[in-house]
Design a protein around this ligand. Structure first.
Ligand code: COA
Length: 170
């Protein structure tokens, strides 16, 4: 099992993987749009023979007191059925966080189940300081730098435009 950053040559296989592993085409369409718009920052893939997992991180426009904070959003995250509950999801997310931290990204957001994403350090408390259409208990953030953000922050977080299309035809 290889966990590695996706390359341009992986895009067709990534599209197929997402179409096969989500009930609707929304996630594949989202990723395609993120790619086309230049908003995809990093995608980690898990590969056996075929792709068996993917974690996509895209640009989020974050401003705190007028200053831009380099930030990403994790979505979608998926592991193929037979490969679940073997740590592949965790390995994808951890490898993504490490690479993003090394590249200087400060914050990662996610919208999802706190019971799952909490294990990676995502917390609703940190995200609560940011104005977002996704604000709520399922909207979480994680500092990517060990210096962290110790005393709470207030600002805005705007996901890439591709997210606006999600749910439109649901
Ligand atoms: C969520 C998902 C990526 C996890 O991948 P995975 O490789 O099985 O994850 P890991 O092996 O690292 O972790 C598995 C653990 O997460 C837990 N888990 C999985 N989905 C969860 C959820 N929605 N809520 C809470 N816990 C969850 C499992 O119960 C398991 O717990 P355990 O280790 O205590 O047994 C995978 O189940 C998946 O692709 N699901 C369908 C797509 C999806 O819902 N993606 C997330 C939203 S975009």
């Amino acid at each position: 099992m290889d966990i590695r950053p996706a390359q341009p040559a992986d895009v067709p296989a990534l599209d197929t993987f997402l179409r096969q592993n989500f009930a609707s085409a929304q996630e594949a369409d989202l990723v395609r749009r993120l790619c086309i718009d230049g908003d995809m920052v990093l995608t980690m893939v898990a590969q056996d023979r075929d792709l068996v997992g993917a974690a996509v991180f895209s640009r989020v426009a974050v401003e705190v007191n007028g200053a831009v904070v380099p930030a990403v959003a994790l979505a979608p995250l998926a592991v193929a059925g037979p490969w679940r509950r073997q740590g592949v999801g965790e390995a994808l997310v951890a490898a993504g966080h490490d690479a993003l931290a090394r590249a200087g990204w400060m914050l990662s957001f996610v919208l999802g189940d706190p019971a799952y994403y909490g294990r990676f350090g995502y917390a609703a408390d940190l995200a609560r300081g940011f104005d977002s259409p996704y604000a709520g208990d399922y909207f979480m953030a994680r500092a990517l730098q060990s210096a962290g953000m110790p005393c709470g922050v207030r600002g805005s977080a705007a996901h890439a435009p591709a997210f606006a299309a999600l749910g439109e035809d649901a």
